[in-house]
Design a protein around this ligand. Structure first.
Ligand code: UD1
Length: 351
């Protein structure tokens, strides 16, 4: 194993690849190239992450902007295939569950390039989520399945994935928080506030669900300010559906470090993001999840997270229940903070 190639495209993948990239550089003796599909392209959705996380510029930028699932994935598939044919890497590393993950895994496996999947084994058991489809396909074709949790490992064993392909390494996002939190500025906000994000298709593209989430956040905002860095998709839907954001403080999407700062200073986090649920936990903040299920069941078991769905009353009720709850600081369900090192060690073990 000498030449590795990572494929990224969307916000959380930049964070995950930054961790793996640093671990590869630390290990030495391995070449690592980076492909950016272009799925996220705005400065505050992409470039800012490269600057803040010290990630090298991508070796290949495919410039495939997000569009419909079929078109986006198809264009990425063709672009990644060209890179793989030219580069002939020994393995391709894919991250998480986006359309960029799916395209990279398919392009690689068809060319018989072994695939390493970082954040394997997560399941929501909801096949209407594009992410669930993406991660199941990526897992099925991967040679190395790097699981963040015991639950993820159990899911894969239950699906008949051979044990020797599964590696429980911990969560690279925990490595990232440990490494970058000290660089996050102090939040400029004084006094109590909450932070919220909403971007999942199942919430943004359904007017009832989106309206109900905004109603709940507005209700909370009557007594506690809520900051909502708004994803461009959500911003567009709020406008399309003619919805109001009421007293919620809507801001542009923020970079990784500012998000860590916001969460660290917040009383609670409201989100439908997978990554943010864990970042809240790593920073000792309770989380109200704006979905009907979560892949991060450990957080619910620990009492750090309530899966509230999208009913306004349930969301506000969960907030009242969680606010001020002290979290179990000793719990470490996401490993020891060296998932990156464990991933590289496993990849190096194969010649
Ligand atoms: C994607 C992933 C999701 C992940 C999220 C992280 C898929 C199917 N979904 O969702 O799993 O949690 O990234 O943020 O891959 N847009 C812009 N500028 C950008 C990026 C997006 O304006 O830089 C707008 C575009 O109108 C686009 C829409 O946002 O059509 C949605 O973007 P897309 O990449 O399809 O999905 P995300 O919701 O970002």
């Amino acid at each position: 194993m000498k030449r590795l190639l990572s494929v990224v495209g969307a916000r959380p993948q930049f964070v995950k690849a930054a961790v793996v990239s640093r671990a590869i550089a630390r290990a030495g003796g391995l070449e690592h190239k980076l492909v950016h599909t272009g799925q996220h392209y705005d400065d505050n959705m992409s470039d800012i992450f490269f600057r803040e996380l010290d990630i090298a510029r991508p070796d290949f930028a495919l410039g495939v902007r997000s569009s419909s699932h079929g078109e986006m994935t198809g264009l990425m598939l063709a672009g990644i295939e060209k890179v793989l044919l030219a580069e002939k890497p020994d393995a391709v590393i894919v991250y998480g569950d986006t359309n960029s993950t799916l395209a990279a895994a398919l392009a690689a496996v068809k060319l018989h390039v072994p695939v390493a999947h970082v954040e394997a084994g997560l399941r929501s058991f909801n096949m209407r989520m594009p992410e669930e489809v993406n991660r199941i396909v990526a897992d099925r074709v991967s040679r190395w399945l790097f699981c963040p949790t015991a639950t993820a490992e159990r899911n894969l064993l239950g699906e008949g994935i051979p044990k020797d392909q599964i590696h429980k390494v911990g969560d690279v996002m925990y490595d990232a928080v440990l490494h970058y939190a000290s660089r996050a500025p102090q939040s400029k906000r004084s006094g109590g506030y909450c932070v919220a994000t909403v971007h999942r298709a199942e919430n943004t593209d359904d007017p009832q669900r989106l309206a109900s989430i905004l109603k709940a956040l507005d209700q909370v905002a009557q007594s506690t300010p809520i900051v909502l860095p708004l994803h461009p998709r959500t911003r567009a839907r709020v406008k399309d559906f003619g919805l109001s954001t009421g007293k919620i403080e809507v801001v542009e999407p923020v970079g990784y470090l500012e998000m860590l700062a916001l969460v660290r200073g917040a009383e609670a986090v409201f989100t439908d993001s997978g990554g943010l649920q864990k970042e809240a936990f790593f920073l000792g903040r309770p989380c109200i999840t704006l979905r009907d299920e979560t892949e991060w069941v450990e957080l619910v078991e620990l009492g750090a997270n309530v899966v509230a769905g999208t009913d306004a009353q349930a969301i506000v009720g969960a907030w009242r229940e969680l606010a001020g709850r002290s979290l179990d600081a000793a719990a470490r369900p996401y490993g020891s903070g060296d998932a990156g090192g464990a991933i590289v060690a496993a990849l190096r073990g194969v010649e």
